[in-house]
Ligand binder design. Sequence first.
Ligand code: PGA
Length: 245
Amino acid sequence: MRIYRTKNYDEMSRKAADLIAAQVVMKPDSVLGLATGSTPLGAYRLLIERYEKGELDFSEICSVNLDEYVGLSADDEQSYAYFMHSNFFDHINIRPENTHIPNGLEEDTALECHRYNRVIGALGGIDLQILGIGSNGHIGFNEPGDAFVPDTHCVELAGSTIQANARFFSSPDEVPTAAYTMGIRSILQAKSIVLMASGKAKAEALYRALHGPVTPALPASILQLHSHVFVVADEEAMSERFNPF
Ligand code: PGA
């Protein structure tokens, strides 16, 4: 595990964008595992800038996103499909048919989970997985629980997640209560992983992920078992208790 401690959000975004850009340059047909949320937004903006300058080419890149709310269509402004298009895909030359996100409108959850697992399998797995971390330690929507769930599954969102994500909706009642998420096995099978974290709200979860026991009660702790993880976190996110880095 390599840990980059950055001064602030902007520096975190730059470092993460550097790592993603390096992957795209070294393997132009990479499969990128992508995340939504406030954390990766700055990195996506920087990658768009580099694409506009002609430094990056996404024409052979494939992407698989971590998760999607159940019940939201791709053109719903709150959906993760909409987020990815408006904040990244529509501004680079990735082919729409090479981008993959769980279908929030599929009501047959078993069918959708199976389909999405097959999509990830058919791509041959993920080269570089981008992750944020929830303040409860979730990765994707793998919420704290009694066991790690290996494959794509449909989850009831934790109360803390609904609260955290309510800022994107007009009221907490509008936040969907369930989501599709990639499972822990698909994440761990990624060849390398970039875990990003910014802000004090993530400090305790990040500390427990890096230094605590590996436990499904703190899903991000499983990353301790992966041999190629880059943690890119700002000072506030790294501010919890003793920090040897
Ligand atoms: P955030 O979400 O980037 O919006 O903080 C991260 C997460 O919940 O995984």
